[in-house]
Design a protein around this ligand. Structure first.
Ligand code: CTP
Ligand code: MG
Length: 235
């Protein structure tokens, strides 16, 4: 399985001076945790990191310090996550030999190698899938009303899933979907949404509750707790 890691953001909501993926987390940069989990997954044979050239020296340094067994390539990312993935998919499609791809956000540094392998295995059976977990909260759909934000409806919770990554696709279809998105001007926040727009099936693989996306400083606090707990379960 080929894995693309979108890592070309700047982490605005984290509010740090650098890309949040370069921030330290229990002594290692966030991206190092993501890479090490992917490297431990038996199914992953190649990793491409979509990133901004300005971050390459720091990323080269991370790669030099963690000694992965999986080959890793730095590829230039884009202005949006969608454009970053587009570029990675374009690269893989150009190789002409890759059939399937997993995409996993660099910011989801707590995903386990088992989750990668579970997604890889499931992708043998379907052409589109995402890791997701059942929603715990009651979700309200709203619109702006005369006196504030007003509830419109409450979707039935049993049908709601919170999307995570990895997301996996047959490469030729994902490339087609991204080309169509470019032609139509579709802007989406994950790749599954492109398949949905085209009416192509995307299946759910059970994700992990601890598979947070590091977005705000609070997520860093939670991630540290979770990693500490994994390293020392007796704590
Ligand atoms: N990403 C990317 N290219 C972009 C923007 C985002 O590859 N142009 C990546 C991020 O590096 C991250 C993942 O997509 O691993 C999910 O995006 P998000 O959590 O939104 O990260 P940022 O865009 O960096 O954060 P923010 O939106 O707060 O600026
Ligand atoms: Mg973003």
């Amino acid at each position: 399985m080929h894995l693309l890691i979108p890592a070309a953001g700047s982490g605005k909501r984290m509010g740090a001076a650098v890309n949040k993926l370069l921030l330290p987390l229990l002594g290692q940069p966030v991206l190092a945790w993501t890479l090490r989990a992917a490297d431990r997954a038996h199914s992953i044979e190649w990793i491409g990191i979509l990133s901004q050239p300005g971050d390459w020296p720091a990323m080269e340094q991370i790669l030099a310090s963690i000694d992965l067994s999986t080959p890793v390539q730095l590829l230039q990312g884009g202005v949006t996550r969608q454009e970053s993935v587009y570029r990675g998919v374009e690269y893989l499609y150009g190789l002409g030999t890759v059939e399937r791809v997993l995409i996993h956000d660099g910011a989801r540094c707590l995903a386990t190698s088992e989750l990668f392998d579970r997604c890889s295995a499931a992708l043998e059976q379907v052409d589109g899938l995402i890791a997701a977990i059942p929603v715990k909260d009651t979700i309200k759909v709203t619109a702006s009303g005369p006196k504030g934000i007003q509830i419109e409806s409450t979707p039935e919770r049993s049908r709601l899933w919170a999307a995570q990554t990895p997301q996996g696709f047959r490469l030729s279809l994902l490339w087609q979907a991204h080309r169509e998105a470019l032609a139509q001007g579709w802007q989406v926040t994950d790749d599954a949404a492109l398949f949905e727009k085209l009416g192509w099936p995307v299946y759910i693989v059970e994700g992990e509750e601890s598979n947070l996306k590091l977005t705000t400083p609070w997520d860093l606090v939670l991630a540290k707790q979770i990693l500490q707990q994994r390293l020392d379960p007796a704590r």
